[in-house]
Design a protein around this ligand. Structure first.
Ligand code: ZN
Length: 280
């Protein structure tokens, strides 16, 4: 390996990256927040990208896996080359799945610190985009990602033992789902009144399934729509407390889902029967 101790050359390197967010800067530049496998989250600048003649052009899109050449800059790394590795085009065709991609990116962005290596979270987001692109129901992908991310951050929701006394819940025991405490509370421990369960037994079983099953098994599960919504609310509340996050992209996602529920395109209706899921 070449080692030059006296005059370090300007550091240039290539990395895989997923663009999490971006905003326009100065006359024709754009600043992007990236997630990379080895360097964690970082901000980079794409100079002149908004000019029609820019070589970087339209390939620096969010929610795609890119291979970037970066050079050290004074404040930010500078993007010098872009190559699209995985465009995940099908994921972008559908507003609900696109809104979900945005939500997952915002979650990842919110929990990562800049320049802290986070290969696991990178691979998690990449896998989520792969299965969204392959047509897995966006809500299932979102719940799967939320659960895995919570695990990775060490804040997995407790669904088996009482969060107060640590006792394993019995099958016929009354319990309460208490997001501020991080999970279920047994019938003996004080807390919210027993008529405020917060999560049906079916919902609790689905949460357990998200902790235990792999993507293929989750895609094949039969879950009633009311229970899917209940589990979604449970996870939203849980993440709001455990990660202190209420992602802004959720408003957009809720809106497009509402419209999608009123007008179901024939293709989506047909695909809803058996979502195709790739092998890992
Ligand atoms: Zn207890």
């Amino acid at each position: 390996m070449l080692y030059r101790p006296i005059v370090p050359a300007p550091r240039r390197y290539t990395t895989e990256a997923i663009v999490l967010s971006r905003f326009d800067y100065a006359e024709a530049d754009r600043i992007l927040t990236l997630m990379t496998p080895g360097g964690g989250k970082l901000k980079v600048i794409a100079k002149g990208i908004r000019r029609p003649t820019s070589r970087l052009g339209g390939s620096l899109e969010p929610f795609a896996e890119l291979r970037l050449a970066l050079a050290h800059g004074r404040t930010f790394e500078v993007v010098t080359q872009v190559e699209v590795v995985h465009p995940w085009l099908r994921m972008r065709d559908d507003l609900v799945s696109f809104g979900t991609a945005e939500y997952l990116a915002e979650l990842a962005d919110g929990v990562l610190e800049e320049r802290h290596a986070s290969e696991t979270v990178y691979l998690l987001l990449k896998r989520a985009y792969e299965i969204l692109d392959a047509g897995m129901a966006p809500a299932r992908v979102a719940r799967w990602f939320e659960m895995r991310l919570a695990d990775e951050l060490g804040v997995r929701p407790e669904v088996d033992r009482c969060v107060e006394c640590g006792r394993l819940l019995e099958a016929d025991e009354r319990y309460r789902w208490v997001p501020p405490l991080g999970g279920v509370l047994c019938e003996r421990c004080p807390g919210p009144p027993h008529d405020r369960v917060g999560l049906s037994l079916e919902g609790l079983k689905v949460l357990k399934a998200y902790q235990r099953l792999d993507v293929e098994a989750l895609a094949a599960l039969r879950i009633r729509p009311e229970v899917e919504r209940e589990v979604e609310r449970a996870m939203r509340e849980f993440l709001a407390y455990s990660l202190d996050r209420s992602p802004r992209s959720l408003a957009f996602l809720d809106e497009v889902r509402h419209s999608a529920a009123t007008i179901v395109p024939p293709a989506a209706a047909a695909a809803a029967g058996s979502p195709p899921v790739p092998s890992p």
